[in-house]
Design a binder for this molecule. Structure first.
Ligand SMILES: Cc1cc2nc3c(=O)[nH]c(=O)nc-3n(C[C@H](O)[C@H](O)[C@H](O)COP(=O)(O)OP(=O)(O)OC[C@H]3O[C@@H](n4cnc5c(N)ncnc54)[C@H](O)[C@@H]3O)c2cc1C
Length: 428
């Protein structure tokens, strides 16, 4: 059975833009097929945790009821599940059995279909690549109702067009992927405070042997402290002495209502940055998986802190040789503007396999910035786009709401099927 719901304002995580939509929720692959055949235009939607306009359209096929675990091979660490299954629900099954994802984004409340369509990356891109690296195969429902098994050996082009293809090739119904062994639910974390931007890059380079790394940048610091920040490195802790792995951890908090728009202002953000920098616990400590990988999942509805107007996440990646210069210019441009990012995450990336044509990361550094949506933010994005382009970089379509069409370096006219169309695709 397929449920259909009229939603007056549907938005993704950034709460901008918002559309009026009909959301169809098929329960079985056959229901999904009937929905696809019955519509001229629609887009697949997972849990709506992309930030911008990728999972938005007047007609949306929600996969959230296609969420069955079809098989978990606990011997070899292979998951076979429907595409609407959340990583969070998978973790509850795989972690107690001693397995974890090779690649996970900084949020577990996303679907497997969303992970494939955005070809998500984690804090270990140089060694593990994107989600597609560990993907064995998936079943893709196409515009004509056919279902194709796609892998590195079957329908190879479609496989790579779908990984990072933002849902434009069809609806992923189910997928199989490989997990990695872990012996503990703890992570050995080391935090390094960097007094300026050069030190920040040096920290990434000097500790490149840690498998995981992500940094925070104080985008308001100036003078000698320009670009200061903290980098958090980590690795999985050794085997817990014979203890069964206990998961999940549950201590989530909630932001119950939208904050007033004045809450995040230059002064409050400056204070927040000061606390993040000066109170960072440097050195080593043990933290649990959730605290290292999914710190924001512990605060439900944190996007409401930006108020009803929502926010824009701007994430770009620059080639290694241009990263230091480009990020310096971008931070300088932001510092001189009236718009102040509240959150920022700096990551290092490795080589992109040539066949992963739509994957976001390229060898170099990416920076993700969350800006409250103000009347001036679109002009700032235009200027940032220019700088990213000049430095040979690109932006992440999973976060995009308003960048210039060329910035994702993807031309929707060259692949996919017209039936699968989102606001993002129409905008590009
Ligand atoms: C707090 C936070 C942290 C994040 N951290 C990271 C990070 O570290 N790395 C990273 O890469 N991303 C990150 N993201 C982005 C997020 O991981 C991706 O946008 C992910 O795709 C969201 O999954 P979803 O199930 O919510 O998909 P949605 O947001 O619903 O959809 C995303 C895209 O996938 C398509 N899609 C969804 N399901 C299917 C399907 N079954 N078949 C075909 N197409 C489909 C949609 O059409 C859309 O284009 C983060 C997001 C948040 C909110």
């Amino acid at each position: 059975m397929t449920t259909t719901t009229d939603v007056p304002t549907l938005a993704n995580w950034g709460n901008y833009p918002k559309v009026k939509a009909v959301v169809a929720g098929p329960e079985t692959p056959e229901d999904a097929r009937a929905e696809v055949l019955g519509q001229d235009r629609l887009i697949a939607r997972g849990n709506g945790k992309c930030y911008g306009d990728a999972a938005l359209a007047p007609r949306v096929l929600s996969t959230l009821r296609l969420n069955r675990l079809l098989r978990f091979d606990a011997e070899n660490g292979i998951v076979h599940c429907e595409s609407g299954m959340l990583l969070a629900d998978l973790l509850d099954v795989i972690v107690p059995a001693g397995w974890f994802f090779h690649v996970t984004p900084g949020i577990k409340n996303i679907t497997v279909g969303g992970a494939i369509a955005c070809d998500v990356h984690g804090k270990n891109h140089p060694t593990k690549g994107c989600f597609s690296n560990w993907l064995l195969d998936f079943d893709l429902l196409r515009a004509d109702g056919s279902v194709l098994r796609c892998s590195r050996t079957e329908h190879t082009d479609l496989f790579w067009q779908t990984c990072g293809g933002m849902g434009w090739t069809g609806v992923v119904l189910a997928a199989r992927f490989q997990l990695m062994r872990i012996g503990s639910v703890q992570m050995r974390q080391m935090a390094v405070r960097a007094g300026n931007l050069d030190e920040l890059f040096r920290a990434f380079e000097n500790h490149a042997d840690w498998p995981y790394a992500a940094g925070w940048v104080d985008c308001l610091a100036k003078g000698a402290a320009f670009g200061r920040g903290v980098v958090y490195f980590a690795e999985h802790a050794e085997q817990d002495a014979g203890e069964p792995l206990q998961y999940p951890f549950r201590d989530t908090r909630n932001v119950p209502f939208y904050a007033p728009t004045w809450l995040l202002n230059p002064l409050s953000i400056r204070l927040h940055n000061y606390m993040l920098f000066s109170k960072a616990k440097t050195g080593e400590q043990l933290v649990d998986l959730d605290r290292y990988f999914y710190p924001l999942d512990r605060i439900r509805n944190w996007n409401r802190l930006y108020g009803r107007r929502g926010f824009i996440q701007y994430q770009f990646c620059l080639p290694e040789e241009n990263s230091a210069d480009g990020i310096r210019q971008i931070l300088e441009t932001i510092r001189q503007s009236r718009d102040v990012p509240f959150l920022s995450v700096l990551k290092r990336h490795g080589e992109r396999p040539p066949e992963a044509v739509h994957s976001f990361p390229i060898r170099g550094y990416s920076l993700a910035l969350d800006f409250p949506r103000t009347s001036t933010i679109f002009e700032l994005v235009r200027r940032l786009d220019e700088l990213v382009w000049q430095h040979g970089g690109k932006i992440y379509l999973a976060k995009d709401a308003c960048s210039a069409p060329r910035m994702g370096r993807v031309n929707p006219a060259t692949f996919g099927e017209a039936k699968f169309s989102s606001l993002l695709r129409e905008r590009l």
